[in-house]
Design a binder for this molecule. Sequence first.
Ligand code: NAD
Length: 408
Amino acid sequence: MSSAFENAVNVVRQAAKIADIDEDVVELLSRPQRIVRVAVPVYMDSGELKIFDGFRVQHNNWRGPYKGGIRFHQDVSEDEVKALATWMSIKCAVVDIPLGGGKGGVIVDPKGLSQAELERLSRAYIAAVAPVVGPQVDIPAPDVNTTAQIMDWMADEYAKVTGDWQPGVVTGKSIDKGGSQGRNNATAQGGVYVLQEYFKQKGESLSGKTMAIQGFGNAGSVFANLAHELGAKIVAVSDSKGGVYSASGFSVAALSEHKKETSSVAGFEGSSAISQEALLALDVDVLVPAALEGVITDANVENVKARVVLELANGPTTPEADVVLFEKNIGVIPDVLANAGGVTVSYFEWKQNLADESWSEGEVLSKLEPIMKDALSEVLSVAREKNINLRQAAYALALQRISAARPS
Ligand code: NAD
């Protein structure tokens, strides 16, 4: 099996052929511009010193400073961070924001840390990468297991290291520390805008569409809520503890309340239990993977019956499954477009920090909506013109933009 980074580079190579991208550019994009490995020393509450391994990968900055989250997870690897950094370069170019691609990570299970240890880890990581990040250089953000609180600690530590308070060094901060209105809902909201435009271009609307959502965390639950408000019928939802189904559709507010009380969607009143595999195979208008990587694979893709797959998660469809979905005429709105609302509002946060402004939520949404809808239209027209799937089209469009920005 090829690695995540090899997969990412393969998709880049295929799309580069379609878009007729210069071979030298493809070579340059087939490896990150810089890979930084750091030791992250942390004194545990017991007084013992532990040294964790951390990474910052800077994939490409031709369009602007590197941008990408920091992941705290026991399975983080250099290969995974390289793949994620590559996706960020593509993602920022698809929505045409002037940023490049980067990503960071620390090999650690944060669930095993106390709050004080987590703070020391966060501060030690940003201090270790401080020489290579900065508001005009590389701007980290939250990713798996990193939160607004962690970004606040990092901005604070960066100020201590550099002697200068620069909130634009990280995004995804709390509002009090220079975060943006609308950031929490941004990924899901961006997905809703993209889906609205997708159906509009088919002469349809989101209202009345049936949807199954895998994952009920930040991306999945907010998406369920926003889509439900627009008249979509959410018939199935799952999280790591189980799944629920209701043919008549859920009240998302009641489901969220149930999740808050019991920490899972499982057992929600008036629903029946559904397995993860059965959820992926439901005959719905829209299937929304919003949890993990690699869930639609060659082992289950034949069962998928949805008309459209909206990839709110990063990398939920394997390359083999992607081919089958295209043959089955199932539209896949790829992660680099579907979940790009998050980085777009991160870009807004950075702009507000640099200009010392703070925008209202309405202002943020009014800027986000045309960016997401225009990107979908552009990707659709490339796909139609070249008879390729939306992922290839998104990559082709992004590669043209990145290539055009190559410094001479
Ligand atoms: P989260 O941790 O808030 O939620 C993840 C959800 O997935 C939880 O409900 C969890 O219970 C569920 N889950 C875990 N294992 C599962 C399983 N085996 N089956 C079904 N559900 C399972 O994370 P999130 O921020 O919502 O991110 C979800 C995905 O979206 C990730 O791939 C992430 O990279 C991507 N994403 C998120 C953002 C964002 O702004 N939150 C931005 C871009 C991409």
